[in-house]
Design a binder for this molecule. Structure first.
Ligand code: LLP
Length: 463
């Protein structure tokens, strides 16, 4: 599907949607490998398969809606990131994108580290056996209890986000007889968006300590004087779903500048910089994400160059990809319930899930693609909006897409690239039961997060 203007103007099936024409792909049955995980293909009957299993069989066994996660693809992406950055750098998977015990075990086996940002994520990481020294703890308002647990567990680093937190973590660490390794999160004055970055209004946000006005330098000054802290580096995260490396370049340059100032003022060369996550993935065929080796090279080159210019030894770099690892590895499978053509507008396709399993479309106006998964079809393309079953007109899963005109209730449709920030942001709105996550690998499928039941809901309701 192309969302760019159609060169020859609208064809029969092209439709004006919110100010632009977009055209259906030449063949709706073809699965664009950009948006699907590596093992997804169609079998000889035309049904979509993942890890060698067809969606019809998966739907029968696990029900719909459900997220199917391609384990081989997840592991391959972990390896691609760690190979690209090599032994001189660290890759921290951002658990907020999607975390479960199985995921933690895969990360551990593939040699990645883990970034957590709550007591719940920390508990999951530790329970599944991630060594504490490979965990980084994030967040702009970690509770005293969370900090105590993280320090007591011996996490490899806590990323400090405010002046109060510098004092709080130092006090807790000292009380526990520890010296906690920490980084300071700075706001570098770059606000990155999907295809651009804007260098204004950046300080107006809740995360980090601003480089501007000497705030970050003051934070370093304080952290260096506190016995409970071992300041090891500076952290910067500029945003999410970013394709343009220019924002990272500015960020790296400004962080290195701070390292040079710290060296000049304190005679200390901080050994680490973390450039955060935020690398974009393909949600539709129009997106062209960077490969991990390109990203690694580009970040490595920038840091090396800037450090050489400042006369600093190159610090150890770390990155925190979440979406770029797990996003492309999963798709959501839905069953079509109703197909409602609105004359002259579009056809509304209602599925058995919705904003409770994917809030991103409603929340961020995110774009997704969708394919008929249980079969192929030679029918004409029809413009559809895939909507959920919630009591809300904004309950949209895929805003604009084409599906074959013979789509009917009972068909299975799949939305790719839902591995990140879908299950992790899922809700019980309308008392929906959150779908399971099923890992598929080499012809075997197993539930790694089970489907919620009405019993689960009622168990919380103790009134
Ligand atoms: N590191 C830090 C400090 C972060 O805050 C985040 C994401 C990441 C790493 C990972 O970013 P990623 O590589 O996954 O883009 N719910 C939104 C995304 C929020 C991201 C929050 N922080 C979404 O669905 O697009």
């Amino acid at each position: 599907m192309s969302r760019s203007a159609h060169p020859a103007g609208p064809r029969h099936a092209d439709v004006m949607s919110e100010g632009h024409y977009f055209a259906p792909a030449d063949d709706l049955n073809v699965l664009d490998e950009k948006v699907w995980s590596h093992t997804v293909t169609r079998d000889e009957h035309g049904a979509v398969t993942v890890g060698g299993l067809t969606v019809s069989r998966l739907a029968e066994e696990f029900g719909t809606p459900a997220y199917f996660l391609d384990e081989a693809d997840f592991r391959a992406r972990c390896r691609a990131w760690s190979d690209a950055f090599g032994p001189g750098a660290d890759v921290f998977y951002a658990g907020k994108a999607f975390l479960s015990r199985a995921v933690v075990r895969w990360l551990k086996e593939e040699g990645l580290n883990l970034d957590v940002c709550s007591g719940g994520e920390l508990a999951t990481a530790l329970d599944a056996g991630m060594p504490a020294e490979r965990i980084a703890f994030h967040g702009n308002n970690k509770t005293v209890d969370e900090i105590e647990r993280a320090v007591a567990a011996g996490v490899g680093r806590i990323v400090l986000d405010s002046f109060q937190e510098i004092a709080r973590v130092a006090h807790i660490a000292q009380g526990l007889g520890r010296r906690q390794r920490v980084q300071i999160r700075v706001t570098v004055g770059v606000e990155a968006h999907t295809h651009e970055f804007i260098a204004t209004a950046h300080e107006d946000q809740k995360f980090g300590i601003a480089l501007a006005g000497g705030q970050a330098a003051e934070a370093v000054r304080r952290a260096l004087t506190l016995d409970g802290l071992e300041l090891v580096g500076i952290h910067s995260h500029i945003g999410s779903q970013i394709f343009d490396m220019a924002g990272f370049e500015v960020s790296a340059r400004r962080v290195v500048q701070l390292l040079a100032e710290v060296r000049d003022e304190h005679g200390v060369e901080l050994p680490e910089i973390d450039l955060g996550g935020g690398l974009g993935i393909a949600y539709t065929s129009d997106d062209d994400p960077r490969e991990p080796h390109e990203i690694a090279k580009s970040l490595g080159d920038i840091v090396t160059r800037e450090c050489e210019a400042a006369g600093l030894a190159t610090p150890r770099i770390s990155v925190e990809p979440g979406r770029a690892i797990v996003g492309p590895t999963a798709f959501t499978l839905y069953e079509v319930g109703t197909v409602k053509p609105l004359e002259g507008l579009r056809t509304y396709v209602s599925v058995d899930g919705g904003m409770s399993d994917n809030i991103r479309t409603a929340l961020y106006d995110a774009e997704y693609s969708v394919s008929l998964a249980s079969r192929t079809s030679d029918a004409e393309p029809m413009l559809v909006r895939v909507v959920g079953k919630h009591c809300e007109s904004g309950d949209i899963v895929v805003k604009d897409a084409y599906l074959p005109a013979d789509l009917a209730p009972g068909d299975l449709i799949a939305v790719p690239a839902t591995g990140a920030y879908c299950r992790s942001m899922a809700s019980n709105y309308n008392h929906a039961l959150r779908p399971p996550v099923v890992a598929v690998r080499d012809g075997e499928a197993r539930v790694i997060v089970r489907r919620e039941t009405e019993e689960d809901l009622l168990r919380l309701d103790v009134g």
